[in-house]
Design a protein around this ligand. Sequence first.
Ligand code: GRF
Length: 203
Amino acid sequence: KRIVVLISGNGSNLQAIIDACAQQKINGVMSAVFSNKADAFGLERAREANIPAHALSASAFASREAFDRELIQEIDAYAPDLIVLAGYMRILSPAFVAHYAGRLLNIHPSLLPKYPGLHTHRQALANGDEEHGTSVHFVTDELDGGPVILQARVPVFPGDTEEDVTARVQAQEHAIYPLVVSWFVDGRLAMREGRAWLDGHPL
Ligand code: GRF
């Protein structure tokens, strides 16, 4: 199975998936990495692993739709089975989401449906949450609203800073995202009737 990953930044989740492919914990090949930021460190990680790494700047396009149309073309040149969003910080057009429906995954750093959108760690701290976490989900037109596949919980301790919580959550992300990708490439995971299914059971 062929996997394409979209990033905008550091790419630590990308790295976790690269490593899982190398260790054959994921029965697939990472065909390419795309970033909407030319200086994303994740592009370096991809090149280091000999994976084709592409940057596509939104400023070169007249609209979100035009940017996404080009992105679709470039992605589809790799004929991927799965598209993985890993810190891709750009809103997707409905046409993009529709084109990859059922084979588009995202990871969001909160216990969805809590805290869609930005600054999730800050919100969890501000609200005095004793528990926080991260969610892997199928992507639909609703921002951070698609069916959840797997979540990991972490405690929030008194005195935690945003950095503390971020690090704790990210460590969990690096465990659960490769696992979900492996489920998908093994044909165990699907989106049907607006739900996520694992091994034929609704989640
Ligand atoms: C992750 O925390 C992910 O949940 C969020 O963006 C962050 C990306 O981090 N969507 P990285 O680029 O994978 O290090």
